[in-house]
Design a protein around this ligand. Structure first.
Ligand code: PMM
Length: 301
């Protein structure tokens, strides 16, 4: 396969965690839909345990989030989001894990960075709360700007494009410019086309097909894991989408392609399958499969 993403070879990786192969960013969503008594501690504890488990499976980075961005989701209060993510970040960062916080809020980003996170993953690219860019800049942290057109309650109404690759690239470039203007270091910036965010399945596939056109000179993150475009691709003959938890093999195929193409990171809900896929890619390419050596990692011999 011709590596069409020579164009996507990041110019700026020095400040971001990077390994010369896609990082496996494993998702720790602390977004419970049910609360039972004493639930708070149990939630934190089980999220921490889940994070440890994925580190043991080889995840490079844990992305800890307290707000669900599913279409139609209602936003938690700031206090609730803080209570969900901060204890989990504190515990896992204290154990040496590389942690990112998945938040659109400046206040949550600040608390997360204080708690030991190194990276802010902002699905709104600074549009939901522009102050987040200042917080990241002031603390010299790393930042992922994702393509976004509005909160979960409205985003699918905004899935309309004349040319999805061109518009996503241009809108992402505007977010990169805003991040740079706020003082975020260029070597601490990554971008993400935001699969499924104000995008139909067809838009997602077209973005993947034309991924080279998304090159802005910054490392690229892809988050396809469990998303509905995979459910639709793998639907039953009667059109019933493949259930969320049965989309993993397809996602592993995407991780493999991302590895061949040289994206910076993949955001996944299950670490092991993607780590295995990237080990295969590294071996195929005759490259080293290195890690950060975080606790629990399965390090290479
Ligand atoms: N997708 C979700 C949440 N956060 N962050 C980035 N950078 N890219 C994504 O594609 C992304 C994200 C939604 O997935 P989840 O709620 O199932 O974790």
């Amino acid at each position: 396969m011709r590596p069409p993403l020579a164009e996507l070879t990041p110019r700026y990786v020095a400040g971001l965690p990077a390994l010369g192969r896609p990082l496996v960013m494993a998702v720790v969503n602390v977004t419970p839909d049910s609360f039972s008594d004493g639930g708070r501690w149990l939630e934190s504890d089980s999220a921490i345990a889940h994070g440890r488990e994925m580190l043991a499976e080889g995840a490079d980075l844990l992305d800890i989030g307290g707000e669900s961005t599913r279409p139609g989701a209602t936003r938690p209060l700031v206090a609730e989001e803080l209570a969900r993510v901060v204890p989990v970040i504190e515990a896992l960062a204290a154990e040496g894990a590389v942690v990112s916080v998945d938040t659109m809020r400046a206040e949550v980003a600040a608390a997360a960075l204080d708690a030991g996170a190194q990276l802010v993953n902002d699905v709104s690219g600074g549009l939901a709360d522009p102050d987040i860019l200042r917080v990241v800049a002031e603390r010299g942290a790393s930042y992922v700007a994702m393509h976004w057109r509005g909160h979960a309650d409205v985003m699918q109404q905004r899935a309309s494009y004349d040319d999805v690759a061109v518009e996503v690239r241009d809108e992402l470039r505007a977010r990169v410019d805003a991040a740079l203007a706020a003082g975020i270091a260029p070597d601490r910036l990554a971008v993400d086309p935001g699969l499924g965010f104000a995008k139909t399945a067809e838009h997602n596939w077209e973005l993947l097909r034309r991924i080279g056109e998304l090159d802005l000179g910054y490392p690229l993150l892809l988050g396809s894991s469990r998303k509905s475009f995979l459910g639709a691709l793998l639907a039953d003959p009667d059109g019933t989408p493949r259930p969320v938890l049965d989309r993993e093999d397809a996602n592993t195929a995407l991780t493999t392609l991302a590895g061949m193409l040289g994206v910076w990171a993949v955001r996944v809900h299950e670490a092991r399958a993607s780590v295995d896929a990237l080990k295969v890619v590294a071996r195929w390419k005759g490259a080293e499969f290195g890690g950060f050596g975080a606790p629990g990692r399965v390090d290479e011999q």
